[in-house]
Ligand binder design. Sequence first.
Ligand code: NAP
Length: 359
Amino acid sequence: MKVPVAILGATGYVGQRLVSLLADHPYFEIVRLVASPKSAGQSYGQRMAGNWQLSDCELPAQLSAAKIYAPEPLEEALGPAKLVFSALAMEKDEILKLEEEIARSERIVLSNNSAHRWTPDVPLLIPEINAQQLEVLAAQKRRLGTQKGFIIAKPNCSIQAYVPALTPLLDCGLEEVFVATYQAVSGAGKRLSDWPEMQENMIPYIGGEEEKSESEPLKVWGQIKAGQIEKAKAPIISAHCCRVAVPEGHSAVVSFKLKQKLSQAEILDRWAAFNRDLPSLGLPNAPENFLSYYAEADRPQAKLDLRSEKGMGISIGRLREDPIFDYKFVCLSHNTLRGAAGGSVLSAELLYRLGYFEE
Ligand code: NAP
């Protein structure tokens, strides 16, 4: 029996990715598509005619006639769904309330939104990095008064290339990180063709992004203490976040300083060896190679390397000495796959394999 799922924000950029990943999934079956009241009542095919934004896949034909629901009334919107993927562009307070209400209805919520990222008993999950944060769910369920319902958040897309690359270096005393991100237009839920100011341009500001890029890694690396996730105390991160005229793919350039010095060869070995456990579970969207290093001087590039491991791998290149810090490198991740929909689906696959959906 497949687990019945609902997608909130199914008409948005991340929602479309969720639809394409879940339409023919071995563990999950889409039973509800939810969007704003202005889309509700239309069929998915009608609503998306001329609005399907993904250039690398088509709208799944079997969902063309599916009806779109509004979020209210909630039980009608979610129907038999036991798992809810949330990718809404709504006010933070509204999302906080809605996601908690869904968890209290004994459903599992996997959220792409920022609303619950700093709720202390909500894991900020990247399955390859911090699956141990799932242990905080017992405390969250006690707080919510639920048996099965809970919320898991996924971190911001901007951090999803450099946090994986830095994680294998943490035990060497990662002290200081400087990062500049070059983020794709789809990260704002847009296409280049619909955003004239962005064409042939770079905009050196993305509201709220630098704060998230500096603070969220510390929760990802945090440990559970007394039923809450306590954020890591180091490293200190300084981030510049820029929007660039690239359709998909967030790149980052990173410089970092370690207490315990490593050679370049040792860093490359750590990247090559990192996360050998998750692939052994055979999850459909788990990359075989989570971190891939390119020896060519001009890689990784969004155009060439974005689909590495079906968009779920992290591409790294240009590791070299830094005259101010110890080393610097370049990295790239797919913002709507690894950084959003694919990351949530991988988290759901892990929960499935760990038995969270068994009766
Ligand atoms: P988007 O393309 O603007 O889509 C927003 C979705 O929310 C649409 O389905 C929209 O439905 C729905 N919505 C808006 N108001 C609503 C309401 N009042 N009730 C119910 N549904 C409502 O946004 P997106 O880029 O997919 O991002 C969605 C979320 O994921 C955001 O929180 C974003 O920060 C996060 N995220 C995005 C990315 C990325 O790369 N794009 C990466 C990580 C995280 P209608 O079509 O009916 O308006």
